[in-house]
Write a protein that binds this ligand. Structure first.
Ligand SMILES: Cc1cc2nc3c(=O)[nH]c(=O)nc-3n(C[C@H](O)[C@H](O)[C@H](O)COP(=O)(O)O)c2cc1C
Length: 206
């Protein structure tokens, strides 16, 4: 039976362990302030470790995290955070109806797991589900340089319908003043793919 049309949109945001955590955290901030979004988040142990090492941040302390990100008001319809070992969470099933997911940042470990359908944790399983249901899966992988194994895993995901959006440096919007502009450019690109309006970067020609 077809699902009834929904006003809200279920989106999964996964954070894994690589050194582009500000992109994932900014996405969290923007999605939580977007009306109509029902946000589901899942963080890997790798993400927690990078957050601790690089930012002195405990990702699982959600109220502290909100404080650090300056999120005073949540305008999203709902926010459900899931543990990575909770493979019984609703986002583990295709019937729950998630059609958009972004993994930002995406470590090479998580990329490899998704590329090979491992589904060993909730993030990997949710990504697998979005691919099999022909939804939109956006990966923001960060590693440099890339080995042939990394590149081939990206090709596998792209062949399966995923979108690979690396946080590649760009200078056309003259971001000299801050790394925030670089982060916002990448976050804006992810939101473009998900058809969510934003003003995070100035479009070419405007
Ligand atoms: C401080 C720190 C920075 C890291 N940066 C990266 C990175 O930029 N890219 C990457 O692929 N892995 C990076 N790693 C390694 C991954 O976090 C590690 O392979 C981890 O097992 C990935 O697990 P996950 O994919 O489940 O998060 C980093 C690890 C640490 C501790």
């Amino acid at each position: 039976m077809a699902q009834p049309a929904r006003e809200t949109e279920r989106i999964v945001l996964g954070l894994s362990g690589s050194s582009a955590l500000p992109v994932g955290l900014r996405l969290l901030e923007v999605l939580l302030s977007t009306p109509g979004v029902e946000l589901h988040t899942v963080f890997t142990e790798g993400a927690r470790q990078v957050a601790r090492n690089e930012f002195g941040l405990e990702l699982d302390d959600l109220s502290r995290l909100r404080e650090r990100l300056g999120i005073s008001e949540i305008r999203a319809v709902a926010w459900q955070h899931h543990r990575e070992d909770d493979l019984g969470a609703p986002i583990s099933s295709g019937s729950f109806g998630v059609r958009k997911m972004v993994v930002a940042p995406c470590s090479m470990g998580t990329l490899a797991a998704i590329a090979n359908g491992m589904s060993d944790n909730l993030l990997e399983r949710a990504a697998d589900v979005v691919l099999k249901e022909r939804g939109l899966l956006v990966l923001v992988p960060r590693e440099a340089p890339l080995s042939l194994i990394h590149l081939e895993n990206m090709v596998r995901v792209a062949r399966a319908g995923g979108v690979i959006l690396p946080p590649v440096l760009t200078f056309y919007h003259q971001p000299e003043e801050s790394s925030r502009a670089m982060v916002d450019f990448i976050v804006g690109k992810v939101l473009d793919l998900m058809a969510i309006e934003h003003q995070l970067y100035r479009r070419w020609g405007y």
